[in-house]
Design a protein. Structure first.
Length: 385
């Protein structure tokens, strides 16, 4: 489940899906190309006698229908969500509506995709057949070509640049709002911890010191007892302030980086946790905001695993992927994790949103004894080195 509203860069599609896409699409590509070419070839020269106009209207409708079908097909098979087309609204009579459709840039992008797919489809069909016979090509080359096709389809069939920028602006605005809410909640938590913990301890220290001062001459034993109590309260206050500061920014993270900090968190978990941080992130550390977000996401995820997952083990992996840091936490528990308002996962998403990050969770419900595929939590955190 994802809190993101805009598709991110896709992972490679599976081998079976990619081969199925390339082979099954080939006859469709031929039919689409032939239909469009025939209708246009007949319609354009016959417009002089008006016969061609309804023919071109049909061709325009086919192009748009083919484009919508391709969006659904690519989204389903190639692991790249392409949103439905946002077309220019039409109004007026039949001829006027057709002219508006012709002026819609989305119509021409649909046409470009349909025409371009025949030569590309021929190459992909051959590759899909060869991939069945030659296993290395099927395992490694075919998914890569499927990934390239998905990106090409998104470029032609997805939202145009202006709409993408508008969608990104809306998402950033929503992310900032959620980040502000998360920061405000964190501020209230710190205030509450200070008020209920260290502040009360320090008030008690001050009161005991004041009482000890008044009894210092008249009752030295009572003054000594009050000083001992004040001393104990002061040590507890220092400990609570240290814990509070560690909750804001752990010292080990600042001194030694993500690998050491996450290893320390994993060591305290009640289930065995394997931690793997890409060496590049140790030698070339990301900014503090990214490291801190990754640290707290892992900490909260491991806490959720301990409380709810009934897991026997967990794994933490952190690596660099293009211009982002990816944090992934997996377990073999009972699954069923989902985003709920005010819940722990929603809090993680809010924390990631403060730096325009995205949190996704895949957590199918499994058997009650905790065996099964468990939960995969992934955070994509944008980063500039």
């Amino acid at each position: 489940m994802s809190l993101a509203q805009e598709a991110t860069s896709p992972s490679r599609p599976g081998v079976l899906r990619a081969i199925t896409f390339m082979i099954a699409s080939f006859p469709v590509r031929i039919a689409q190309f032939v239909a469009i070419v025939v209708f246009v070839a007949f319609g354009v020269p016959t417009t002089l006698i008006w016969v061609g106009i309804p023919v071109l209207m049909i061709a325009t409708g086919m192009v748009r229908w083919f484009g919508d079908a391709e969006r659904r097909w690519v989204s389903r098979m190639l692991n790249r969500e392409i949103p439905a087309a946002e077309r220019v609204p039409t109004e007026g009579g039949l001829l006027r509506r057709w002219l508006i459709r012709l002026s819609d840039p989305t119509t021409w992008r649909d046409l470009a995709y349909v025409l371009l797919m025949l030569p590309i489809g021929i190459l992909e069909f051959v590759l899909g057949v060869v991939g069945i016979v030659i296993v290395p090509i099927g395992l490694f080359v075919v998914p890569a070509v499927g990934w390239l096709h998905a990106n090409l389809a998104y470029a032609l069939l997805g939202p145009d640049k202006a709409r993408r920028a508008e969608a990104r602006a809306r998402r950033l605005q929503a992310s900032r709002a959620r980040g502000i809410d998360a920061a405000e909640a964190e501020r209230r938590r710190i205030e509450r911890d200070l008020h209920d913990g260290a502040q009360q301890r320090l008030v008690s220290v001050a009161m005991n010191l004041g009482r000890a001062k008044t009894k210092l001459d008249s009752d030295p034993e009572a003054a000594r007892a009050l000083l001992d109590e004040a001393h104990s309260d002061a040590k507890r206050a220092v400990s609570e302030l240290r814990d509070l500061a560690r909750g804001i920014y752990p010292a080990v993270l600042g001194d030694r980086g993500l690998d050491a900090a996450l290893s320390a968190v994993a060591a305290k978990a009640p289930v065995p946790v394997q931690v793997e941080v890409q060496p590049e992130l140790v030698t070339n550390r990301p900014p503090n905001a990214v490291e801190t977000t990754a640290y707290f996401i892992v900490g909260e995820a491991l806490t959720n695993i301990a409380k709810h997952a009934r897991a026997s083990r967990a794994e933490v992996a952190v690596w660099r992927e293009d211009d982002k840091v990816v944090v992934q936490v997996t377990d073999d528990g009972c699954g069923g994790a989902e985003f709920r308002p005010g819940g722990g996962l929603a809090g993680l998403a809010d924390r990631a949103a403060t730096i325009d990050g995205v949190v996704t969770v895949v957590s199918p419900t499994t058997s009650s004894n905790g065996s099964g595929p468990g939960t995969v939590l992934r955070a994509d955190l944008p980063c500039t080195w």
